[in-house]
Design a protein. Sequence first.
Length: 123
Amino acid sequence: MAKLTQEEILAYLDEATILELNELVKAIEEKYGVSAAAPVAVAAPTEAAEPAAPTNVTVVMTSFGDSKVGVIKVVRTITGLGLVDAKKLVDGIPAEIKKDVPMEEAENIKKQLVEAGATVEFK
């Protein structure tokens, strides 16, 4: 039996019908004991069914406390908003201060707002 070159094999594959290619795949699977099916990844079981802590959260101010002016200053620093926009945000509580931030950054934002007198929660 003459050995086929790679180019000859590729030329055959270009000209073959889908039915012929399907039969070829089945013959290869049977002869060599392999499968053309894509491997499926299996998720490893977790140790416990505990929900993971959220990686990103939204910082929501629920109250500005006794020092509204101080809270507005901190909100301006955190968000980069102008004075009027920061005041509107603080007046519209509960207000989203920052959305979809990493937990570490959210903790820092909460610390700044709480020191200014605000009440903050994460969602």
